[in-house]
Design a binder for this molecule. Structure first.
Ligand SMILES: Nc1ncnc2c1ncn2[C@@H]1O[C@H](COP(=O)(O)OP(=O)(O)OP(=O)(O)O)[C@@H](O)[C@H]1O
Ligand SMILES: [Mg+2]
Length: 339
């Protein structure tokens, strides 16, 4: 049964009014560049996760309008109405209003964007953001710890920008950073282990060979007291730099291929297959950990993949609701909406 059943949008990005029935397991939205395909996925994501993956409400609201509205019918006759009046956003679920989307009403999402194809060789911050978003969906505690860590880090960095900041001034923020930072490391390492358990097997299934791959955490895997020690040891350095040089906000993820760093050794096709494997694993882990089947949003990625990988994509996500956008009609697929 599909999670997302129907969407109606008003003043949402370029859409004055837009309606779409998603009552088939796979929904295909076709349109030229700039016709509003990604915006439709953005609205779905907003209804499932409570926030957009690409912008803030003011950017989403159609230019020269003073509100937007998105109404999404979900499984079990659940209706979510999202309204933004130019200042405030509200969610209404089956008649009950709230400022945030309640956790129990959230659904996991696997979002696949063209940029993801280049994750292996992209910047550390891009990879951090990528895995942060995934791990936030998997563990609520990760989301909480990361939020608190970022707040503490900001305070610590603000202090470091001031002249004559002392060790004592930093102490309470060191404690907070160490406490939440160690939790962030714990969840990252744990989630990565779950991904790595499946990575080679899923990859081999796509590539049909005996290659090995995985993802390695690049950062100090330390506990709270070691974390605190590092922060304290780095006091002089951080004071001169004016920011916190050690911590989970600087860690990275390295894709490994046959025992080497994939970036620079694996081929373009091998990198793509690794990302596909990662996406398939994401869906399975989300389903296991969250206990709800994820909705798969594929934004214009067919053009990035050859026919073999397109087939794998469809086959591996066949148990989930898929909503796909494309500029051209992929072979053997039925179009549900044309923009
Ligand atoms: N707030 C807004 N008001 C009006 N138009 C907007 C707003 N925000 C974005 N747009 C426009 O909406 C259009 C649709 O954007 P969207 O990214 O959804 O298109 P798309 O079909 O995914 O395009 P592409 O194929 O290039 O990815 C773009 O032309 C963009 O400039
Ligand atoms: Mg787009």
């Amino acid at each position: 049964m599909n999670v997302v059943q129907k969407i109606s949008l008003k003043n949402f990005r370029c859409h004055d009014e837009f309606e779409l029935d998603c009552n088939r397991p796979t929904t295909l939205i076709i349109g030229e560049n700039g016709s509003g395909k990604t915006s439709v996925l953005e609205a779905i994501y907003l209804a499932l996760r409570g926030k957009s993956f690409k912008g803030i409400d003011r950017e989403i609201m159609k230019r020269e309008q003073d509100f937007y509205r998105a109404e999404i019918d979900l499984i079990d006759a659940q209706k979510i109405i999202i309204r933004f009046d130019g200042v405030k956003k509200s969610f209404e679920i089956d008649g009950k209003k709230s400022l945030r989307l309640p956790k129990k009403n959230r659904y996991p999402v696997v979002l696949f964007e063209p940029d993801d194809i280049y994750l292996v060789g992209s910047s550390p911050s891009r990879r951090r953001d990528y895995f942060d978003e995934l791990f936030k969906q998997i563990n609520e505690n990760y989301s909480l710890a990361l939020g608190k860590y970022n707040k503490a880090l900001k305070q610590r960095n603000d202090l470091l920008k001031q002249e004559n900041v002392s060790r004592d001034d930093l102490f309470s923020w060191n404690i907070m950073c160490a406490n939440y930072g160690a939790k962030v490391i714990h969840w990252r390492v744990q989630n990565l282990a779950k991904i790595n358990e499946k990575m080679t097997e899923v990859y081999r299934n796509i590539a049909n060979n005996n290659d090995e791959c995985g993802i390695k955490y690049i950062g100090l895997e330390c506990d709270e007291s070691q974390y605190l020690q590092h922060l304290e040891q780095n006091y002089e350095r951080d004071r001169i730099l004016g920011y916190t040089s050690f911590g989970v906000h600087r860690d990275d993820y390295e894709f490994r291929f046959n025992g080497e760093k994939a970036d620079g050794s694996a081929s373009r096709g091998e990198n793509r297959s690794m990302i596909l494997a990662l996406k398939f694993i994401e869906a399975r882990i989300l389903e296991q950990e969250v206990g709800k089947a994820p909705v798969v949003l594929l934004d214009d990625i067919f053009s990035e993949l050859d026919e073999m990988r397109q087939k794998h994509l469809i086959a591996n996500f066949k148990d989930y609701q898929m909503i796909i956008t494309s500029t051209t009609v992929p072979s053997d697929m039925r179009v549900n909406a044309e923009l």
